[in-house]
Ligand binder design. Structure first.
Ligand code: ADP
Ligand code: MG
Length: 480
């Protein structure tokens, strides 16, 4: 028996989402990414003596919207607490965070797994300020401190330990990513650190009720790395336990170069931080009026969009799900569908050819080299039989590489489909003349050769013969 199959994995994720406000959580300093070091941290962000934080209302709106999107309760009053710790990139010596009465509590979302849908509980989502950054690369034997990020608003989303595999964890993370992008509360850019993930992993013998001892791997910054870090931890913990030893509860780091996790420090607990209510900020009351006005502003989220795509465009649920993961991708599809008036064809091309080209060059849909209007035009040329689907792929590649319009490419390359039956008849005659042996075999009953002749005709016409007509005329011809 495979030893791994005796074990069950339990995972809980803590996701830090950087909220896309113009200014910081408690100050008016800018949150712009990529500015010169230490040009965007004011006295409040650095916690100079005597300064007072002022709460940014925009942050509350964003957090409440997130809460509504995950079916959670919104706490009122919600309160801030001081989390005390020392670190070079935290000159204040404390971080303003939330402990009791976090703004968002007890929600859930659904992920799609092999067996169907699975509900994942979200314990809480609380607001906190980000710390600065330590820079090691530019300085020999020294560490630089950049405080631009200090005070940037974060929403920390804590899941229940409801995830049971690396795949489920990634699916959950993608749902969170999709929600924050749909709500436009964060750009979700993992490479720039706008979404960071701590993964808590434990294993236990199947059937055990009690949770195993977990490790927490910090700041994993891509979907791929989350998957790998979890897989590594599962294997490591199982081998520790099978050797009769105990898993140490600790904080670990994932090294993407060596693809392993390493111990960083022993696990800290809430009481290590000496949390206390933030004396400089009052508890915040969030009334129904505030919540209701945000409810009115909620966009159509991906779940409703999926349902609408199935209904309005007659797509399969699977296709609709793929198209709605990303808001910009969904919008692009709708533009192509409107232009081409054939949603099914639009869906196939957006998920097929277009996605393949985007993936190959690692581009997002906003960076596409063929816009929705041009793609719609191309699909119209298939619809009106100017070109076949196969030739359309050739045209698409040329559009991608040159930025030219489909009409122009079809014209200059002479790709227009041959629909003239006289011309097609001639090509068929050529194909039959060139292959007398096969023709004889066909007449002797080798029906399978029909496809061979279709292939020959398409080859001679360089793919331009209208396939339906070829089939029809060839059949007539062979039955003569
Ligand atoms: P802390 O804030 O100290 O990291 P929490 O109890 O708030 O601790 O848990 C943080 C995350 O760890 C949550 O997502 C939770 O679901 C997850 N978690 C807790 N216990 C386990 C466990 N035994 N195995 C896997 N995940 C766990
Ligand atoms: Mg934690």
């Amino acid at each position: 028996m495979n030893a791994m199959s005796e074990w069950e994995t339990v995972i809980g994720l803590e996701v830090h989402v950087q909220l896309a406000t113009k200014s910081k959580l408690f100050s008016g300093a800018s949150t712009l990414f990529g500015s010169a070091p230490n040009t965007q941290a004011c006295n409040i962000d650095m916690g100079m003596p005597g300064v007072l934080p002022v709460l940014n209302e925009e942050v509350l709106k964003m957090a409440v919207k997130f809460g509504l999107a995950i079916n959670a309760s919104i706490n009122s009053p919600t309160q801030f607490s001081r989390k005390n710790y020392f670190y070079p990139d935290l000159p204040k010596g404390y971080q303003i965070s939330q402990l009791d009465n976090p703004i968002v509590e007890a929600g859930f979302l659904e992920i799609i797994v092999k067996e169907g849908k699975k509900k994942i509980g979200i314990t809480r989502a609380h607001l906190e300020e980000d710390a600065g950054k330590s820079l090691h690369e530019d300085f020999k034997h020294l560490t630089g401190i950049d405080l631009n990020r200090a005070g940037t608003p974060l929403l920390e989303v804590v899941s229940e330990p409801d995830l049971n595999s690396a795949e489920e964890a990634v699916a959950y993370l993608k749902r969170i990513h999709s929600i924050i992008r749909y709500l436009e509360i964060s750009d979700g850019n993992m490479a720039e650190g706008s979404m960071r993930c701590d993964v808590n992993v434990s294993v236990r013998k199947k059937g055990n009720k009690e949770l195993g001892t977990r490790t927490e791997t910090k700041n994993v910054n891509s979907f791929k790395f989350v998957e790998r870090a979890i897989q590594y931890e599962i294997k490591r913990q199982v081998s520790v336990l099978e050797a009769g030893e105990n898993v140490v509860q600790e904080t670990r780091l994932y090294d993407s170069q060596s693809n392993e996790t390493r111990p960083m420090r022993s696990k800290e607990f809430a009481n290590d931080y000496r949390y206390f209510p933030e004396p400089d900020l009052l508890p915040v009351l969030i009334d129904d009026e505030f919540i209701n006005s945000l409810k009115d502003q909620m966009p159509e989220l991906s779940e409703s969009k999926t349902k609408r795509f199935v209904k309005d465009y007659q797509l399969t649920e699977y296709d609709a799900n793929v198209l709605t993961v990303d808001l910009n991708f969904a919008n692009f599809f709708e533009e192509v569908a409107a232009k081409s008036k054939n949603p099914k064809l639009a869906a196939n091309w957006v998920m097929g050819e277009l996605s393949a080209f985007l993936n190959q060059e690692n581009l997002t849909i906003q960076e596409t080299k063929v816009d929705s209007k041009k793609l719609g035009n191309l699909l119209n040329r298939i619809e009106d039989s100017t070109i076949s689907g196969k030739i359309a792929k050739e045209v698409f590649e040329e559009m991608w590489n040159t930025g030219s319009s489909p009409e122009k490419i079809i014209e200059t390359k002479g790709l227009k489909q041959v629909t003239d039956s006289v011309e097609i008849r001639e090509i068929i005659n050529q194909a039959l003349d060139q292959n007398p042996t096969q023709l004889e075999q066909y007449k002797d009953g080798k029906d399978k050769l029909f496809g061979f002749f279709v292939g020959q005709v398409m080859k001679i016409s360089k793919g331009k013969a209208n396939p339906e007509q070829v089939n029809k005329i060839l059949k007539e011809k062979l039955e003569e």
